[in-house]
Design a protein around this ligand. Structure first.
Ligand SMILES: [Zn+2]
Length: 52
């Protein structure tokens, strides 16, 4: 699974990922041409959190 997050919510996104997945999250910067929204607000996402 993967989560998209803005800069403001990345800490929250990482915490939620660990709580839900019981796995170590991998955080990557989202390429600027990828148009995804943060899962926790209406901002454009800056990071993607996923497991390997
Ligand atoms: Zn956000």
């Amino acid at each position: 699974m993967q989560k998209f997050s803005c800069k403001e919510h990345i800490g929250y996104a990482l915490d939620m990922f660990v709580a839900e997945q019981k796995d170590f999250p991998i955080m990557d910067e989202l390429p600027t041409d990828v148009d995804e929204l943060c899962e926790y607000c209406e901002e454009k996402a800056a990071y993607i959190v996923s497991s390997k």
